[in-house]
Design a protein. Structure first.
Length: 196
């Protein structure tokens, strides 16, 4: 085996094996290092089953949602989207994406923060109202002393879970914005609608 290849393999094995100093293993109660903790951060909200929807359940869903949203690897656009939004919103988002034909669609940011990048933001959520199948949650978003915004998440209880049905930011409904955009004349409308 050539020396460069042997050296490369030794480095790769050291990295993969996570070699420790000769002093012995880390204590069991030691906190993970910052990179390990970041990798362990949730990327999607925790799923909580409820047989009966409650305001406390809606609060827990939104708290978990923003914990995941502000993690190092948020995933409210990716595969975890179905753990965030209800079926009606997912359909509107999928149609918007299809109609944009690879370009940026009407949904050009993260609706949960009404921003492009939630890095550094903090959220404080309060359930404003809740009944047997819906809840309205006011979310105060802050990013330092100079930025503060309140958005409203309209939740629905769907298939045993709370899900975001609509996001209202500065009086603008995400559902209405997507409906208007998706209804504009587009040569792809028939094909995209058939896919959904």
């Amino acid at each position: 085996m050539s020396r460069p290849l042997a050296l490369s393999l030794a480095c790769a094995l050291s990295f993969l094996c996570g070699c420790r100093p000769a002093a012995g293993p880390a204590p069991k109660d030691a906190a993970p290092s910052a990179p390990v903790a970041a990798a362990m951060a949730p990327a999607a909200p925790t799923v909580t089953d409820e047989t009966t929807p409650t305001a406390a359940g809606a609060q827990a869903f939104v708290d978990d949602l923003y914990k995941a949203e502000f993690s190092p690897a948020p995933d409210s656009y990716g595969p975890s989207r179905s753990k965030v939004y209800d079926a009606a919103m997912l359909k509107l988002m999928a149609l918007d994406q299809c109609l944009s034909d690879g370009e940026v669609g009407a949904l050009d940011g993260d609706p949960l923060c009404d921003c492009q990048d939630p890095g550094g933001m903090k959220a404080k959520a309060v359930v404003a109202s809740a009944d047997a199948s819906t809840a309205a949650v006011k979310v105060q978003l802050t990013d330092g002393p100079k930025f503060s915004q309140t958005i409203t998440l309209d939740l629905v209880f769907e298939n045993g879970h709370w899900r975001v049905h609509d996001v209202d930011s500065d009086g603008e409904s995400l559902i209405k914005m997507l409906q208007v955009s998706n209804a504009k004349p587009n040569k792809l409308l028939a094909a995209c609608t058939a896919k959904l």
